[in-house]
Design a protein around this ligand. Structure first.
Ligand SMILES: NC(=O)c1ccc[n+]([C@@H]2O[C@H](COP(=O)([O-])OP(=O)(O)OC[C@H]3O[C@@H](n4cnc5c(N)ncnc54)[C@H](O)[C@@H]3O)[C@@H](O)[C@H]2O)c1
Length: 327
């Protein structure tokens, strides 16, 4: 008889992890998460009574906690991290001990425990600045990390892939910048933050309006993790995949235009600050993951609408809560 697969999600109380857990439980996987609850356990409460869900309050830097977390697990989806350039810049030692040392020990302990698949949440910001400002970057492009956050992501990508063997299948997912709802919504990410500020008609200063970034909904990022837990290992092992949709690259000015279409009357709240240099400017191609049958179900305009609806209906009780930003 086939045993139900057990998946360990690290960082399950976070923005993307708490969406992923819902999807995995919906597919009747056994799900365990380890999280040290930097932003509270609010996002996990809805899962606590599910018999297929197990929560370990622990730290991925602690070997005993990790030992418990990886026991009897088939697949690890590694999301726990100090997330984003500002947080890593402010707490460089914590970022290094978590995103590098902790991740490496997690990987080694997972291998020792017989985990067969390890899916790592990396980032498209590893691409830094595109060489051709008119072009797109794909997985073959040179990585050009220009922040500690991206440097640590690139370093662990390389470490993880080097551990690949017949019984261990590592996969790197380079996520586009997330937007949209989650049990732990984040309001320090561009689409959500701009929408919230303009919803409340607050002053918004936009720096570097002309630079490109790709965006992807939380549900679609979680879906990519789900796809990788089920994909044929020969198609994914030791490979990197960008996660998003080639049609969902936007300049910041384009995001503001979309938001203003849905929140007319807020134009005077926005000012643009000229900035000719931004070390990050990347427009990303997502054809590789599409060939595995992956497609996104949301787009930025609908994501903006989702946030506006949540703010108008009061679904998010306190959108200015400090727990909903990473810095
Ligand atoms: N959100 C994005 O736009 C985005 C884009 C690209 C990549 N990613 C990657 O996706 C992953 C998830 O991002 P997110 O937006 O959900 O972040 P998040 O900050 O909301 O979630 C991270 C979770 O990890 C937990 N955590 C942090 N340090 C830990 C530790 N030492 N031990 C145990 N748990 C710990 C936190 O408590 C938190 O619940 C991260 O690895 C991030 O780098 C996110």
């Amino acid at each position: 008889m086939n045993r139900t697969k057990k998946i360990l999600v690290t960082g399950g109380a976070g923005y993307i992890g708490s969406v992923l857990i819902g999807k995995l439980l919906g597919k009747a996987f056994q799900v365990r998460t380890i999280d040290n609850l930097m932003f509270s356990d609010a996002a996990l409460k809805q899962y606590m009574d599910n018999p297929n869900f197990e929560f370990i309050k622990g730290d991925i830097r602690n070997k005993d906690d990790v030992g418990k977390a990886v026991a009897d697990v088939d697949t690890v989806v590694h999301l726990a991290a100090i997330v984003g350039d500002p947080a890593c810049k402010k707490f460089p030692e914590l970022a290094t001990s978590t995103n590098k040392d902790g991740a490496e020990h997690l990987c080694l302990q997972a291998i020792d425990a017989g985990v067969s698949r390890f899916i790592f949440a990396s980032t498209c910001s590893n691409y830094g600045k595109m060489l051709d400002p008119e072009g797109f970057v794909d997985e073959t492009a040179e990585l050009n990390p220009i922040s500690l956050y991206a440097e640590l992501k690139v370093g662990f990508e390389q470490y993880l892939v080097s551990k690949s063997n017949d019984s261990f299948c590592p996969v790197v997912l380079r996520f586009a910048t997330a937007y949209g709802l989650s049990p732990r919504p984040r309001f320090d990410l561009t689409v959500n933050e701009f929408t919230k500020e303009l919803f409340y008609k607050r002053k918004l200063e936009i720096f570097g309006e002309q630079f490109w970034r790709p965006y992807c909904h939380t549900g679609d990022l979680a879906q990519a993790c789900l796809l990788m837990t089920e994909a044929d290992r020969s198609l994914i092992s030791a490979q990197a995949f960008n996660v998003g949709n080639s049609n969902e690259n936007y300049r910041k000015k384009m995001l503001i235009d979309e938001i203003l279409k849905q929140l007319p009357g807020s134009e005077s709240s926005v000012s643009f600050v000229t900035k000719d240099e931004d070390p990050r400017d990347y427009r990303v191609n997502f054809d590789k993951i599409k060939k595995l049958g992956y497609h996104t179900s949301m787009d930025v305009p609908r994501g903006i609408n989702e946030i506006i609806q949540a703010l108008s209906s009061g679904t998010i009780k306190n959108p200015d809560d400090k727990m909903l930003v990473n810095i």
